[in-house]
Design a protein around this ligand. Structure first.
Ligand SMILES: C[S@@+](CC[C@H](N)C(=O)[O-])C[C@H]1O[C@@H](n2cnc3c(N)ncnc32)[C@H](O)[C@@H]1O
Length: 229
């Protein structure tokens, strides 16, 4: 591996955008019956714990087929973004079926959001941080568009503190990236150098393999610099 490639991998430019988009567009047809169904209980518990206030603006990053969308109260405003058209198509259908007038969907790359600074009270990323080509850019964008003092919630698998399990996660990660996610990312790595402060962290089902991490965005109005991959 060249120095450039090594730097790219360590900085998060780990998966190819086109490939990830294609993987999820192809996966869309069976997503709800497979992974989507398996993690629905944890999505429900995540949204229940958001303590959404009337009028809150919520951003769902990597909204996928929109399985969380019917869970949001109708007195808030939700924007869902994703770059895989196949996933968004399913999400649009779900919006229609459930008549979700408080939800808007947009085709957008989470690494370059076409959204204003400080414009959301809550930013939610469910099973996304390890599924994006460049997590640093995406986390940086989530911080930018979230209001100072707003909350950023990540529902995700983060690599294990146990050395043996972490070694296995590192070993299988290059294989997993072909099916759209990586297994070797730790929460500390994701949060390093950001203004996010963990307020709540708990393991969630199935098998308590995933974590629900709620952070407060402690920025003071300045944009967090992105280290490009
Ligand atoms: C594992 S799925 C999770 C979907 C949904 N959040 C859920 O709970 O089922 C990951 C999603 O992230 C999207 N994604 C990956 N990289 C992205 C990016 N750079 N910009 C926008 N969406 C992205 C994928 O298209 C996919 O829909």
């Amino acid at each position: 591996m060249s120095v450039n490639e090594a730097a790219k991998a360590s900085l998060g430019g780990y998966m190819d955008s086109e490939k990830v988009e294609k993987v999820y567009t192809n996966y869309a047809i069976m997503y709800d019956q497979t992974f989507g169904r398996m993690v629905q209980q944890s999505r429900e518990s995540a949204v229940r714990g958001l303590r959404i206030q009337p009028g809150d603006r919520v951003l769902e990053v990597g909204v996928g087929t929109g399985e969380a969308l019917p869970l949001y109260p109708k007195n808030c405003e939700v924007l869902g973004i994703d770059f895989a058209e196949g996933m968004l198509k399913k999400a649009r259908k779900r919006m229609e079926v459930h008549q979700l007038d408080h939800v808007t969907l947009r085709h957008m790359d989470a690494a370059q959001m076409e959204l204003e600074n400080d414009s959301f009270d809550i930013v939610m990323a469910a099973y996304v941080v390890t599924a994006v080509p460049d997590y640093r850019k995406v986390v940086s964008e989530m911080i930018r568009v979230c209001k100072p003092g707003g909350r950023i919630i990540m529902l995700n698998h983060f690599s294990n503190g146990n050395k043996m399990i972490a070694a296995v996660e590192k070993m299988i990660s290059p294989l997993c990236k072909h099916i759209g996610f990586r297994t070797d990312l730790s929460l500390n790595t994701v949060l390093e150098g950001t203004t996010l402060v963990v307020e709540r962290k708990k393991k969630v089902n199935p098998l308590r393999f995933w974590h629900l991490v709620e952070c407060v965005n402690q920025k003071n109005g300045h944009v967090i610099p992105v280290v490009s991959a």
